[in-house]
Each structure stands twice: as C-alpha cells, then as structure tokens.
Design a protein around this ligand. Structure first.
Ligand SMILES: NC(=O)c1ccc[n+]([C@@H]2O[C@H](COP(=O)([O-])OP(=O)(O)OC[C@H]3O[C@@H](n4cnc5c(N)ncnc54)[C@H](OP(=O)(O)O)[C@@H]3O)[C@@H](O)[C@H]2O)c1
Length: 313
C-alpha cells in the first residue's frame, strides 16, 4: 500500500546522481491503484505510475515498506469517513527514501528516510462565485496543487457553456446554488473528500448552504459579499461541527506583512511560476477605450457578465 508516497512519486523525474545508477535499471515506479470502490482484491491493481515534473517545493520519495491497515481496506471499500479522489493509490502509512528534492527544499536531502506526516488523502475546496476573477484563479491554483475544487455558480441561461469553461480551467465539479441542497451532493463526496476550506464572496443563503458541506472543524474564509446579505450560520454548525469562520482582506494582509516582504515576494514568485508554466491565466477581458467608461461601468454591474472590463488609456 503506497498511497501517500505515490502522490509524491507522481512528480518523479530523473533521480539525483547518488541514486541514479541504482534506479536507472529499476522498473518505472508502481503503485497499487483502484479506480472504483469495492472488495480490495477485486478492485486493486498493480500499475505503473504517471511521472511528472519535479517542482521547486516537491520531494520525490520511493516507498520502501508500507503496512495494510483496516482503515486502508475501508477506504478502498468506500466505507471510511474520508475517501481519496479516484483513481487512488491505497495506503496511508509507511517509510520511504528521498530520491530528489526541489530547488527550494532545504529540510531534506536525497537518501533521507521519511514517513508520511498525515494521512495521504487529497484535499478539496468549495467556493461560491466560482466564475469570478478570483474564483477562476482559485480553480487553477488548486489544480496545480493537486487540490480538488467544488465550484458554485448562479444558474443562468447559458449554464452548460459556463460549466464547460470552468471545467476546461481545471474545475472538478461545477454546481448551481440550488444544487447545494440536493441529495445528489452526496455523489460528489463519493469520489473526493469533503472540503476543509470554503471560500465565500457572496453571503446570504448560498453561503449557509455551502457551509453544510464543510468537514467538521473546517474553515470558511469570507473575502467578499456580492449578495449584500449577512452570513447566517446555524447554531448546530458551531456546536456539533466546530466550524471556524474567518475573514480575509488583501489590503490588511499587505499591511500586516509590511515588515515581511519575503512573504509577498515568495507568493508573487509562486504565482509568476504558475503563469509562466501556463497553469494560471487571466480571466476573460473586454477592452474598452477610456471615453466609453460609462458603458464599461454599466457592463461591470450586470449579472452573468463573465468578462472583466479593461479601460484602455
Ligand atoms: N478580500 C479581498 O482582499 C478581496 C480581493 C479581491 C476581490 N475580493 C472580492 O472578491 C469577489 C470577486 O471579485 P472579482 O474581481 O474576482 O469579481 P468579478 O470577476 O467581477 O466577478 C464577480 C462575481 O460575483 C458574482 N456575483 C455578483 N453578484 C452576485 C450575487 N448577488 N450573488 C451571487 N454572486 C454574485 C458574479 O457572478 P455572476 O456571473 O453570476 O453574475 C461573479 O462571479 C468580490 O466580492 C470582491 O469584492 C476581495
């Protein structure tokens, strides 16, 4: 069972000189994969893993040994409280050897032995106004980080077109605000874990419904209030699920980090890297000559616009 390590190995490229001679003759990395839930012996298969590029903060680990625990069996059967996105590699524990580290990794070096710090399930994020400029960036950054996204948008006449556009950006699920209440939401969480993070820029009913799907002890960050409605939280959400609510304002974050330019610079560097790799693109834009500013202002305030108005000077 090599689930946790396989997530890392998926990024494996050429091993460093120290291990190259040993691994050059070795077969490609393999993992015990399952594409659907069921009886482990029937659904688990030994398969070659997809190999991707080592990024600056990545560590490539070759698993040396891993136990099969009851929780692993239940995850494969689909009966455990948290489930990995499918297809998945089974297992959560074990010991591995570091093969290669990214440019920014200083705490580990090739040859070190490591164990998974936490159970190796993928995370997920739920967000509303997912077609906003911010929402589209969230979809792309999450995709590049291996995090699944559940994206809530308002219903509209051309919904299939919008869904297709967000899926092409890397969204895993696109749903309407109305669907948040439907029993079919359970189907989504058969293949991806319930989110630990909700991003809210709407408020009102959409936000209350979105909160239902957050994991216990999950966090909702409110960064906007497009519906101009307060955030309503059922008392049971606090008492029985201990959900945490936070706010975020970029202006304040910059003030708080004014003495710590390193944080801002490294965030910008990480975003620029994604842009250069083509993993983060700007939202659709409409260029407007400055003198047509009134039309641009009106267009910005219309619903379902899906395009940023850019004034050209
Ligand atoms: N806290 C911060 O530091 C920070 C920084 C930047 C942005 N923001 C906030 O982030 C949010 C998105 O900004 P943006 O520049 O990315 O926006 P944007 O691209 O102009 O998109 C606006 C979004 O709001 C949705 N919307 C408008 N009215 C709505 C309503 N009544 N109910 C539900 N959704 C509604 C639109 O959906 P439709 O397509 O359905 O109309 C669209 O998805 C805004 O609330 C903005 O104030 C916060």
């Amino acid at each position: 069972m090599q689930r946790a390590a396989a997530r890392v190995l998926r990024g494996a490229r050429t091993p460093p000189a120290r291990t190259r001679s040993a691994t050059a003759r070795a077969p490609p990395p393999r993992g015990l994969l399952y594409e659907r839930h069921g009886e482990p012996a029937a659904v688990v298969q030994l398969k070659d893993l997809e190999v991707a590029e080592l990024r600056d903060s990545d560590v490539h680990v070759k698993m040396l040994a891993a136990p099969i625990n009851p929780a692993d069996i239940n995850m494969i059967q689909g009966t455990y409280a948290i489930l990995s996105p499918l297809p998945a590699v089974g297992g959560n524990e074990g010991v591995g050897e570091v093969l290669e580290v990214g440019r920014r990794v200083t705490a580990l070096k090739p040859g070190d032995w490591v164990i998974p710090a936490a159970a190796g399930v993928g995370d997920s994020v739920i967000q509303n106004a997912a077609n906003s400029g911010v929402g589209q960036a969230v979809i792309q950054i999450a995709k590049a980080s291996g995090i699944k996204t559940i994206n809530v948008v308002r219903d509209r006449p051309d919904l299939p077109k919008l869904v297709e556009r967000l899926m092409a950006l890397g969204a895993d699920h696109v749903i309407t605000e109305e669907m948040l209440r439907k029993p079919e939401m359970k189907d989504i969480f058969k293949s991806i874990p319930k989110p630990r993070l909700a991003l809210n820029c709407v408020g009102g009913k959409s936000t209350t419904e979105m909160l239902r799907h957050l994991q216990p002890k999950g966090t909702m960050v409110t960064y906007g209030g497009m519906a101009k409605q307060p955030v309503m939280v059922p008392v049971s959400t606090f008492i029985f699920r201990d959900v945490r609510l936070r706010g975020f304002w970029m202006t304040q974050w910059k003030k708080d980090h004014a003495q710590d330019q390193e944080s801002l610079t490294s965030m910008m560097d990480a975003l620029c890297q994604l842009i250069r790799r083509g993993q983060l693109t700007a939202p659709a834009c409409t260029e407007v000559p400055l003198q047509d500013y009134k039309a641009a202002l009106e267009a910005t305030m219309k619903p379902f616009a899906s395009s940023k108005q850019i004034l050209l000077f």
